[in-house]
Design a binder for this molecule. Structure first.
Ligand code: ASP
Length: 347
């Protein structure tokens, strides 16, 4: 990784979401503000000795409207600016931020520069906004360098309420409080108090012998099937027989357990035989799947279900979409799903 001595140059990409909204004084409704006029809302940014340029999605979108074309658009903006900028800050609605962060961690393969997603629960123009601190700290982190001049955090991350988390380990856990995101299965990469303290041992480093490889193709033919006591065969059958389906994220109980009903095993076996990849993740927020630990997960192993280890649901979906977009042969798809590609699982 080349070391940089000039002023840090940051690209701030505004996709939409609460952070970039202002309340219309007449109607009381939240509206997007002209992001080119960001400095009026956050004059504090002038105090950074950084070059900050902005790029705005036109029109800005609520993150519930984020789709796979928007992920590819972000990859294009970042890869086109990759040589010019030292770091990227992506302002994004909080609702689907963990999905976008997970997807970018795979689509920007071997990323060597900081890509920090952030947003807020209250608009930046509001008195009690959490947006200013989130934005200012995210920019500072994106520009931070190690003593040798290389980026401090060359990863796709989410910064929110004093915590920097690996993007593909993060989940939105609260729809109201400022402390809205958590990384249950991996330590924070930094915490921001009086100083920003980096957890160097937890930060991933790129392979410096390889470039960053942008990927644009993702395949949406994935479904999430969450088990519950009393689940009926007709429901499982209908889900596993969706036309064009290629992969299933199966949300099981505890350490990866499922009912031992014969029909359940038959349905999974039939889906597997049709080439549908089934990945087992737990419904628990924290901890990992251990297939084979209990008798109740043995049938899943028998029918070729693969472990999703301690993956978040958001990450399991994004990883499958990414891998399916690579058109890999079935064995390689299974092998990649079982590999730690971007720090997303603990094996
Ligand atoms: N609905 C908004 C969004 O995700 C909420 C937010 O920005 O926090 O775009």
């Amino acid at each position: 990784m080349e070391s940089i001595t000039r002023k840090p140059r940051i690209l701030l990409i505004y996709t939409g979401g609460t952070i970039g909204m202002v309340r219309n004084a007449e109607t009381g409704a939240l509206e997007n503000f002209n992001f080119g006029r960001l400095l009026e809302q956050v004059p504090e940014l002038r105090r950074f000795d950084f070059e900050i340029r902005t790029h705005t999605f036109e029109p800005p979108i609520d993150s519930s409207d984020m789709d796979l074309t928007h992920w590819a658009r972000l990859v294009r903006i970042i890869s086109e600016g990759y040589e010019d900028y030292d770091g990227f800050v992506v302002l994004h609605g909080t609702d689907t931020m963990a999905y976008t962060a997970s997807a970018l961690s795979f689509m920007l393969e071997n990323v060597g520069k900081p890509v920090i997603l952030t947003g807020s629960q209250l608009p930046i123009g509001q008195l009690r906004t959490d947006g200013k601190e989130n934005l200012i700290s995210a920019i500072e982190i994106a520009a931070a360098r190690r003593p040798d001049g290389t980026p401090m955090v060359p990863e796709v991350c989410i910064y929110f309420k004093e915590k920097l988390m690996r993007g593909n380990r993060t989940t939105k856990i609260n729809s109201e409080q400022f402390n809205a995101f958590r990384s249950f299965n991996y330590p924070c990469l930094a915490t921001a108090g009086i100083e920003i303290r980096y957890n160097q041992a937890a930060i991933r480093r790129p392979n410096n012998d390889k470039p960053m490889i942008p990927h644009y193709e993702v395949d949406p033919n994935v479904v999430v099937l969450s088990l519950f006591p009393g689940i009926q065969r007709s429901l499982v059958h209908a889900v596993l027989n969706i036309p064009g389906l290629k992969a299933v994220v199966l949300r099981t109980f505890g350490a990866g357990n499922a009912p031992q009903l014969r029909w359940f095993k038959e349905e999974l076996k039939a889906a597997s035989e049709q080439g549908i990849l089934i990945v087992n993740i737990t419904q628990c927020q924290s901890g990992s799947v251990h297939m084979g630990l209990y008798e109740t997960s043995l049938p899943l192993l028998d029918v070729g279900v693969v472990s999703g280890y301690d993956s978040t649901p958001e990450c399991a979906i994004a990883k499958l979409m990414f891998l399916l977009g690579q058109h890999l042969p079935p064995e390689q798809l299974r092998e990649m799903m079982n590999s730690n590609l971007a720090g997303e699982i603990t094996i």
